[in-house]
Design a protein around this ligand. Structure first.
Ligand code: DGL
Length: 268
């Protein structure tokens, strides 16, 4: 039994797509979420910068006494997870292994597309992880640097759809049957992804489903479940503007009372 909260981090609002699935799967667990909105996009930074910024969010989460940390960010998983895991005790759970497992299980024609940030694509973390499971799977990796900032900008459906279509255009004519949303921001515009792909043969995968299951398994294995009589509390922090964070977070998390707090990780 361990009543400490689960920590989650992302460069911004995208990590909410993981938080939502984790909260659904583990309703007794408290969570602390930090979005580093002031420094997003991580996807256009150097690996060193992503490590440095992620380390600051991890330090904040450790100050909140978390029992494990979910990197609800593909870019941080690709660039920083192995380095930071060596520095801290609590287990870190990333999103890329889970997304790769889901893709390897889903594809029938052994052709998978991964849409992600520049950092994630350039790391080839998805291709490596998918090939580790099945070397025969053909992986097409596409960087879509406009999409995470688009989500943060909170635009209307028509604007989102136009940018998603433009970003996914290089995939036209490719014969994949599974597409990984390899950036946690993308599930917030999943409707636009579905419209843009418009191909019944293609399954659009959100790694967060598998992340929630994996987190459950790790917690059961390590005896980390909270006491079920203790009410779960969910706290949200942003290095950016809480009003803007709450606008999208309230709708997406379906919680009108959600209120984030500003935190300055530079001076923690
Ligand atoms: N949500 C993040 C990811 O999963 C990163 C977006 C960004 O800051 O570029 O990759």
């Amino acid at each position: 039994m361990d009543n400490r909260p689960i920590g989650l981090l992302d460069s911004g609002l995208g990590g909410l797509s993981v938080a939502k699935k984790v909260i659904e799967k583990l309703p007794n667990e408290s969570t602390v979420f930090i979005g580093d909105n002031a420094h997003m996009p991580y996807g256009d930074r150097t690996k060193e910068e992503v490590i440095e910024l992620t380390r600051k969010s991890v330090k904040f989460l450790l100050s909140q006494n978390v029992k494990l940390i979910i990197f609800a960010c593909n870019t941080a998983t690709a660039a920083a997870m192995s380095t930071i895991q060596e520095e801290i005790d609590p287990q870190i759970i990333g999103v890329i292994q889970s997304g790769s497992l889901a893709a390897a299980r889903t594809t029938k024609n052994k052709k998978v597309a991964v849409v992600a940030t520049n950092v994630t694509v350039n790391s080839h973390a998805y291709a490596k992880e998918i090939h580790f499971r099945d070397p025969e799977i053909q992986v097409t990796e596409l960087a879509a640097p406009k999409l995470a900032p688009l989500v943060e900008a909170q635009k209307d459906h028509a604007t989102n759809l136009a940018v998603v279509k433009e970003s996914l255009a290089p995939l036209e004519g490719k014969d994949f049957d599974a597409l990984i949303m390899g950036c946690t921001h993308y599930p917030l515009i999943q409707t636009e992804f579905e419209e843009a792909v418009d191909n019944k043969k293609v399954t659009i995968l959100d790694p967060a489903d598998q992340v929630a299951q994996y987190t459950f398994n790790v917690m059961r294995r390590d005896g980390l479940f909270s006491d079920e009589n203790q009410p779960a509390v969910h706290e949200y922090y942003t290095t950016g503007d809480p009003t803007s964070f709450d606008r999208l977070a309230r709708t997406f998390m379906d919680d009108d009372t959600l209120t984030s707090k500003h935190v300055d990780t530079e001076n923690e």
